[in-house]
Design a protein around this ligand. Structure first.
Ligand code: SAM
Ligand code: ZN
Length: 346
């Protein structure tokens, strides 16, 4: 018998990853903030997430898993926790095509790409997605990224940023064919996974508008410069004379809704609060840099991340640390400005 959050359950050989507990803990705080009841745990395995959603966030879960053994385990786990719910043994894509749900959660092995189309079709208010195929998303497996997410990436000095934005960008694009606009309420990367919770709005005009926040990151591998460009917009060569590599199409909009994350922050303590504090602090610039990598080219030492952030702010730039890397910063300043600060502070 395993205990997690306020529930107890068995796995009986069905998939369960205790390392995802932090993610589920944070999910419960997120779910509690959503004005929805019906929740599809589309790839439920033991059903731990949906059962926690019922007990800890007052949701009415519907469970699904293609594995009949998982369905058996989910039914036992519902009994163990004194709950009743619908449980399906279907291909998640087919179920989501046949029925719409207020909130759809896609938590597969590896890539969610095959499920996102039908999840977008099904979700009326919210959609949550996990991805563990980080290599395909962050640019270290370029061809896999093209095949699964229809976007081009190479590994940069801040590859987790690319991964999260590739995943969001793909989901946002998939939804627009159904005239739905997705907005990330909160998103993060940790250890081996990416997680995004979206608000879904059905609106022809809003669905068109999302492309104002899609575009490309122009990356120069020679000097590590990053510049963003809108859909259809092209860039000349990099100022250093190097060639730009176009990463995308990729999401260039917000990774979170600040007031939503502030609400969550106010309701948590301990490790969750600490993590949400980092998310809350992040500015919204889509350009991120790794101070170690820049310093290795221009200075003898790496200055403190906070020191660089503070200097940038004094100079009037947007700047913050990032939640996923201690040496990475998020800023709208150009790389030449950063290089000068690094030289000065090191
Ligand atoms: C990563 S596990 C889910 C973990 C679970 N959400 C949790 O929090 O513990 C993925 C599950 O998806 C199921 N699965 C794989 N392909 C599926 C499909 N096409 N439709 C429905 N379920 C599927 C697997 O049987 C497995 O139980
Ligand atoms: Zn350059």
């Amino acid at each position: 018998m395993i205990e997690e959050g306020r529930v107890k359950f068995i796995t009986d050989g069905v998939f369960y990853n205790p390392r995802m507990r932090f993610c589920r803990d944070l999910d419960m705080v997120v779910f509690s903030e959503l004005d929805s009841t019906e929740y599809l745990d589309a790839l439920a395995a033991s059903g731990v997430r949906g059962i926690r959603a019922a007990v800890e966030a007052s949701k009415q879960p519907v469970f699904n898993d293609l594995n009949p053994k998982a369905v058996e385990v989910i039914k036992q786990n519902l009994k163990l926790n004194g709950l009743e719910a619908e449980v399906y043994c279907r291909d998640a894509s087919i179920l989501m095509r046949e029925r719409s749900f207020e909130h759809v959660d896609v938590d597969p092995f590896g890539s969610p790409s095959a499920f996102i189309d039908s999840a977008c079709f099904s979700a009326r208010k919210y959609m949550s997605v996990t991805a563990t195929d980080t290599a395909a998303l962050c640019g270290s497996a370029t061809n896999s990224g093209l095949k699964k997410y229809g976007a081009y990436a190479v590994k940069t000095d801040t590859y987790h940023e690319t991964g999260l934005r590739m995943l969001i960008g793909f989901a946002v694009r998939e939804a627009t064919k159904y005239e739905k606009a997705l907005t990330p309420l909160v998103s993060w990367t940790k250890e081996h996974y990416y997680r995004v919770h979206f608000r879904v709005r059905k609106s022809t005009s809003q669905a068109g508008k999302v492309y104002e926040k899609m575009g490309y990151i122009n990356f120069c591998s020679k000097c590590l410069r990053k510049e963003i460009s809108a859909m259809g917009e092209s860039r000349e060569k990099c100022e250093c004379g190097g060639k730009f590599i176009l990463l995308g199409p990729i999401w260039l909009g917000e990774l979170k809704q600040k007031d939503f994350v502030e609400e969550l922050y106010g309701k948590t303590d301990g490790k969750l609060r600490e993590f949400l504090g980092k998310l809350k602090e992040e500015v919204e610039a889509a350009t991120t840099y790794n101070l170690q990598q820049i310093a290795s080219r221009v200075a003898e030492r790496v200055p403190t991340t906070l020191g660089v952030v503070e200097r940038l702010r004094e100079m009037g730039y947007q700047a913050s640390r990032t939640h996923y890397c201690g040496f990475c910063i998020r800023t709208d300043a150009e790389i030449d400005v950063l290089a000068e600060i690094i030289k000065d502070l090191s």
